[in-house]
Design a protein around this ligand. Structure first.
Ligand code: HAM
Length: 424
């Protein structure tokens, strides 16, 4: 036998049992997007590499270490998207959505993203993000709306052990004065830090605070906090977001150390963590924030935006950790058993007729004995079973048996669909 080919490291197959869970989550998300009026946008899986360099930021781990970048046959540098925001903002600019009369434009997306990361529980190289972006408003109420939608997704699937962490990264002015303070703080002893931090010092010193290698260095604890450098405007904006969250009854914790790993953020930054026991090192379910200026950076007019993204994988992991079962319901309504080859033809058309009436139906395709077929119906948790033998063929009548109650209803073949629909 030939060597088995296995899937690439950091990827996974979603088998049908697990797919049922995905579908239930997707349905809930779609319904929430409808309620909140976020309309779906679909962008390409790959983009020009430059989009992420400019959009996500040259100094971020994502761009420096994690992108799947390749040259195509026309010698263009392309990259499998590592996240959705840059693409959505590109599409907003490219399709001139800023010209629509109703701003903000509220968009949602769901699809695979790719990052070359070290795989572990809750971290894969291909993962599916659901995200939203509201572009064209700088009203703290939209920040609170976006955050509440994210929380609502988790609530709707039954998660309870959640923690919302928020912070303000301030506007450009606040960030510049904080940046200067950080450089002053770290510069004299920067040679004690890792190479990444050394290059971050002048480019993006805020990211030093996010460093996993040097997190225990004594200068970390005493580093100037952004909160002390927020100007009045930024402070007022953040107070606005908090008061809208309070109006919605959404609990939050302010963490001045929450900086997020992408360059486009300012003002509101937030993450939703799982407090469920058994979660590994990674407890962040969802991350997002405001990105005023990104639309301009990508060539559009001033259009402030905010959004979030969450992976479905981590949501499912959280469900497992909290012991919440979803996607269990069987969707098979009728299993049609044929007694033997001579009645199989009838069974085959009955199955088709039921399906034509919008009823899910299935049958055996392996010539198995009646007993084995009944077992199959049981395993598939079919709501009903009908058995078709010579007697049924002759009389034109069949017993519709409910698997839950064992009750039987004698019906003409023609009455089957109607009876099932009425019993639903
Ligand atoms: P991010 O924090 O890089 O932000 O990722 C958001 C979420 O994507 C994470 O909280 C996590 O649920 C999921 N995620 C990221 N990497 C992985 C991975 N390797 N495996 C599994 N799940 C992962 C962004 O992507 C921003 N675009 C969010 C945003 C939208 N900000 C504004 N708008």
């Amino acid at each position: 036998m030939a060597n088995n080919i296995q899937l690439p490291r950091g990827t996974y197959d979603v088998l049908p049992e697990q797919s049922a869970k995905w579908q239930e989550v997707e349905q809930k998300i779609n319904e929430l997007c409808r309620l909140y009026q976020y309309k779906e946008i679909r962008t390409p899986i790959f983009e020009h590499t430059e989009l992420f360099q400019r959009g996500v930021g040259d100094t971020t781990d994502i761009v420096q270490k994690e992108m799947y970048t390749f040259q195509d046959r026309g010698d263009r540098s392309l990259t499998l998207r590592p996240e959705g925001t840059a693409s959505v903002v590109r599409a907003y600019v490219e399709n001139k959505l800023f010209g629509l009369p109703d701003q903000p434009v509220k968009l949602s997306y769901m699809g695979p993203m790719f990052r070359y990361e070290r795989p572990q529980a809750g971290r894969t190289r291909q993962f599916v993000q659901f995200g939203v972006e509201a572009i064209g408003s700088k009203d703290p109420a939209i920040d609170a709306e976006v955050i509440s939608l994210a929380m609502e997704v988790y609530r709707s699937v039954g998660l309870k052990q959640l923690r919302l962490v928020i912070n303000s990264l301030g506007d450009t002015e606040s960030r510049i004065s904080h940046k200067e303070a950080l450089i002053k703080h770290f510069e004299p002893r920067i040679d004690e830090f890792c190479g990444d931090c050394q290059s971050r010092l002048t480019k993006n010193p805020l990211r030093i605070l996010d460093c996993k290698v040097d997190r225990n260095h004594e200068l970390m604890a005493t580093a100037p906090s952004l909160a002390d450098y927020l100007n009045d405007e930024s402070r007022v904006y953040f107070d606005g977001v908090k008061s809208y969250l309070e109006a919605l009854g959404i609990d939050y914790v302010v963490d001045p150390n929450l900086v997020r790993g992408l360059d486009y953020y300012n003002h509101t930054a937030f993450e939703i963590m799982s407090d469920a026991e058994g979660f590994g090192a990674i407890t962040t379910l969802c991350g997002g924030g405001r990105y005023n200026g990104l639309v301009e950076d990508l060539g559009g007019p001033e259009s402030p935006g905010i959004g979030f993204a969450m992976s479905i994988e981590r949501l499912l992991l959280a469900l497992e950790m909290e012991g919440v079962e979803i996607g269990q319901a069987s969707d098979l309504e009728v299993y049609v058993v044929a007694m033997d080859e001579s009645t199989k033809n009838k069974a085959f058309t009955v199955v088709r007729d039921l399906r034509m009436n919008g009823i899910s139906a299935d049958m055996d395709f392996n010539g198995r004995k009646v007993k084995a077929q009944m077992k199959s119906a049981d395993r598939k948790k079919s709501a009903y079973v009908i058995v078709i033998g010579e007697t049924e063929l002759e009389s034109g009548k069949v017993a519709l048996k409910s698997m839950a109650t064992g009750e039987q209803q004698e019906l003409e073949f023609e009455e089957l669909a109607q009876a099932i629909l009425e019993n639903r």
